[in-house]
Each structure stands twice: as structure tokens, then as C-alpha cells.
Write a protein of this length. Structure first.
Length: 332
């Protein structure tokens, strides 16, 4: 009996799979989803269900009838794209806009590149940014959280903390300080905004689960959050804040509001659209944190995380050139 089997690498397998990793990310998002349901009501469930169903349906149709290949919806990547897209939307967004966003995310952001593993940009963010540019009123009409609710919040709207912070930092408007929520409310999710990004505590817990289970590494989240915090601290220390709004408060509000936590732990860490090397990931994260804060401070939009991640996605092929030197390699 021949015991010498010749085969190409890899020769060992860790047991990892696309489906397992996607499932772990979905589980890590459950705490944020639960808090959003409690704060915003049934609109969260409705928007999420429509987004996931549309993403799965569009991927199946495109794979089956356009690409003429076996659909791969069983790997849960389309489910995760739909979930992340929903997390980046207001809970009262009209259903037909959600479906348009799902189509753009799957058809343009993913399948036009060939499917899973071949897309250059994060599909959920492609869909979100398209909707933000195409439907700016609907995408920035935020429902105001009413604590623990059981109904569907539709008409109750309010400004997000980021809009008030832009008035304070960019315009020096001290009167906008009164529009800011309590820091604790921002931490636990009782603020306006896209429903999946408002609870910093739930997103941190989910992110830590992904790091502990080694689905992601610490490099990107830490570099994104550290860069944003440093930018906010420098802005405050250089006299960019009005009296009554301290540097420490600005740094904490920067970290706990908007899409920074969601982007750092769940969007920027996408395997396909992030660098492979440790140093590449750190540079990638620093770029996201810096660009997001520049847009937050001086840009036309109060939030810049989505734009920052997409811009740095385009830099990933260049960042992947950063590789450790091979053993024994001679300097040229």
C-alpha cells in the first residue's frame, strides 16, 4: 500500500470555513440588534428582514441566471451583507429604498466583481453610500429612540449627536452643546442614528467576541479607534472647542457616537476588502480613523466612516505589497 501521498498545499486544515466565520459575525451583532429593537421598535425587525431577504434573493438570481454558476447563498455571506446594510439604515426607512440598497450592495458591490472573495469594496457600504447620496432626506431622517418600546416609530425624528458635534467643533456654536445627549445614553444606544450603530456597548462586546474567537485581529479596530481618539484630543487641546465642552468629553463622544464602533469592528475588518499583513492592517485602520474624523469635522456630512472605509478599500492592493521579508532573502 502506498503511504506517500503527493498533493498540493495546504496539508493541514484549521477547521475554519466561510460559513463558520459569517455565522460568528452574525452572532456578534445580536446584542446590538437586541438593543436596537428595544430602543426603536418593530421598524428594526422589518428593515432587517427586508434587507436580508433582498440581498439573498438578488445574489441567488444573479448567480443562477446571469453568472450561470451554482448559487453560494449557503455560506451566509449574503445574509451578513443584508444585516450590515440594515445596521447602516434608519429603522423607519421606506421598504422600497431598502430593496434598492440591497440590489446595489449585491449586484454592484459584490457580484459585478465575480462574487465572494473578489470584490474590491465592502458591499454593504457600497449600498449604504449609494442610498445616502441618492436619498439624502430619507437617509438622514432619524427616528428618535423612546426607551424600551413595542411599536413602530415612524414620525418621531430628531438630530443625531454627530450633527450637534459638528456645530460645536466646526462652527464653534456653544448653544449646540445642549443638543448633545448624555454620554451614558450614547454608550447604551438611546440616541438617534442608524439603528445598528447607536449602542457602543453592544458593539464593543460583539467586537471582543470576534477577537477572542480569532475571526478578526485587534490591528484594525484598535488603530481606527486610537486614531479617531487622538484626532479628537488634538482638536480639543488646540483650542477647537467652545467653553463648556471639554476635550475628554469630545473624545468619548467621538468614540461612542456614529458608525465608528460598527465600522471599526464589523465593516473595516472584512477579510476580502482589508489588508493581509499586520502593518498593512494598522496603516489601513489609521487611514480610516483619520479620514473619518476629517469628514466629521470639516466635511459636508456629519459622518464619514463609510466614506473613509471605501476610500481605504481602494488602497488595499497597495497595502498588500507590505509583506515580511522572506527568510534568507538578500537586499537588493
Amino acid at each position: 500500500m502506498n503511504k506517500l501521498i503527493v498533493s498540493p498545499a495546504p496539508h493541514t486544515h484549521s477547521g475554519d470555513s466561510v460559513r463558520r466565520n459569517m455565522l460568528l459575525v452574525i452572532l456578534a451583532l445580536v446584542p446590538a440588534f437586541a438593543v436596537s429593537m428595544a430602543a426603536f421598535g418593530w421598524g428594526v425587525l422589518i428593515t432587517t428582514a427586508i434587507s436580508i431577504a433582498a440581498c439573498v434573493g438578488f445574489e441567488w438570481l444573479i448567480a443562477k441566471f446571469i453568472l450561470k454558476q451554482e448559487p453560494t447563498i449557503g455560506d451566509l455571506s449574503a445574509v451578513l451583507t443584508g444585516l450590515l446594510l440594515a445596521f447602516n439604515l434608519p429603522s423607519n426607512l421606506p421598504w422600497w429604498i431598502v430593496i434598492i440598497g440591497a440590489f446595489v450592495a449585491i449586484a454592484i458591490g459584490k457580484m459585478s466583481f465575480g462574487g465572494l472573495g473578489q470584490n474590491l469594496f465592502n458591499p454593504a457600504l457600497v449600498g449604504r453610500v449609494f442610498l445616502l447620496i441618492s436619498f439624502p432626506v430619507q437617509m438622514t431622517t432619524w427616528p428618535r429612540p423612546l426607551g424600551f418600546v413595542t411599536g413602530y416609530i415612524d414620525a418621531a425624528t430628531g438630530a443625531t449627536p454627530l450633527a450637534a458635534m459638528k456645530q460645536i467643533v466646526k462652527g464653534g456654536d456653544a448653544s449646540a452643546i445642549g443638543k448633545l445627549p448624555e454620554l451614558w445614553d450614547s454608550f447604551i444606544g438611546l440616541v438617534g442614528g442608524s439603528f445598528g450603530e447607536v449602542c457602543a456597548l453592544a458593539l464593543i462586546l460583539g467586537g471582543l467576541l470576534l477577537i477572542v474567537t480569532r475571526v478578526i485581529t485587534w490591528h484594525i479596530p484598535v488603530s481606527v479607534l486610537a486614531t479617531a481618539a487622538l484626532f479628537a484630543a488634538v482638536t480639543g487641546l488646540c483650542g477647537g472647542l467652545p467653553e463648556g465642552f471639554g476635550t475628554g468629553e469630545y473624545v468619548l463622544m467621538t468614540l461612542c457616537t456614529g458608525g465608528l464602533m460598527l465600522g471599526a469592528f464589523f465593516m473595516a475588518t472584512d477579510y476580502v476588502t482589508s489588508p493581509m499583513s499586520a502593518w498593512g492592517k494598522i496603516i489601513f485602520g489609521v487611514g480610516i480613523g483619520f479620514i473619518a474624523m476629517v469628514i466629521r469635522t470639516w466635511g459636508a456630512y456629519p459622518e464619514g466612516v463609510s466614506f473613509a472605509i471605501l476610500i481605504m478599500n481602494a488602497c488595499v492592493p497597495l497595502l498588500n505589497k507590505i509583506r515580511p521579508k522572506r527568510f534568507g532573502e538578500q537586499k537588493k
